[in-house]
Design a protein around this ligand. Sequence first.
Ligand code: ADP
Ligand code: MG
Length: 359
Amino acid sequence: MGDKKQTKVKVVVRVRPQLKENSKCCVVTNTECEKPTVEILNHRNIRENLLYDFSSVYDETCGQQYIYNNSIKNLLSKPLNGENISIFAYGPTGAGKTHTMLGSPADPGMIPRVINGLFQLLSTEDRLQWKYTVTFSYLEIYNEKVQDLLEPASIDLPIREDGDRNIFVAGLAEKKISSFDDFKNYFGPATNNRTVAATKLNDRSSRSHSIVMLKIKKSALMPPKREYHGKIYLIDLAGSEDNRRTGNQGIRLKESGAINKSLFVLGEVVDAINNNQPRIPYRNSKLTRLLQDSIGGSCHSLMITNIAPEEHYYYDTYCTLNFASKSKKIVNTNTACIKQLQNSGKVFITSFSSEGICL
Ligand code: ADP
Ligand code: MG
């Protein structure tokens, strides 16, 4: 078991468009080079930039459909063969996580697209030999408590493991859905539950992880009546900026008792998987414990790292990129790429004072 290769967590970046015209930007994307990169200024030395590699970089021109087609669509057949997938959006509040995962009726995000895509895929499957059952659950992890959004009750639901090492939430509501409309009928009211809870407690929605879970059961109609069970997790993570609210000593996450423990442990789990370490600390938080059978191992996981381009997000962007990419390079500000972009007037790289940035 120990030396078994883990399927890596694929990490992509999405930079949202500027929300106000003419605001200053501090992010340069380069999608044309062989390896897509994101470049920001190094606030420790303004003659340098920091360059991060990712497997895909989606700039402000990339729409929902494009991201779905390029990073997600091809994963949807996996759960039909009993393989689990998890897709999650990481980043600071305001960087576009909810837009990416949920979107709007006019511009749907990955959650509605995955559900639509799944039912489309199922409609092309062989129904004479196989029966498919899809169930939908919707939950939230807030302050390390697991809460059902479909049938809310103020109890912390326990996460358990069955004899086949499948992870499940005991007592979580599961609704059978056979179409996208079925999903909408359950999801709409449940999302309202969440919004009500959010207004009662100020920034709850940006401090909680909202999790859509789909279970797909494929059962053979003929003997020997084989069965496959696959799961899809679609997660809008808590805002990553929570991690630095640790007092005026700046970020010392490891010592701070991690304000959002699940988010911090998720970073450790992704690192451990991507560095093929034998021990993955799944049990150290609720979120990673829940995802234990759906991230790493033979599962397929995608982390969409959302960043905002505006200068006043610089520090959040810096922390987010460091969290998401371990392959960082320091480059001279005069690199051809950045010069070319600056000359095109597309970006402003302004010098940064490190005032107000505590490290
Ligand atoms: P988060 O969930 O990370 O806090 P949101 O998804 O709420 O961020 O995005 C913040 C604002 O930016 C919202 O008004 C949203 O509509 C807008 N936004 C985010 N990403 C995009 C995008 N790719 N295109 C257009 N608007 C976006
Ligand atoms: Mg959000």
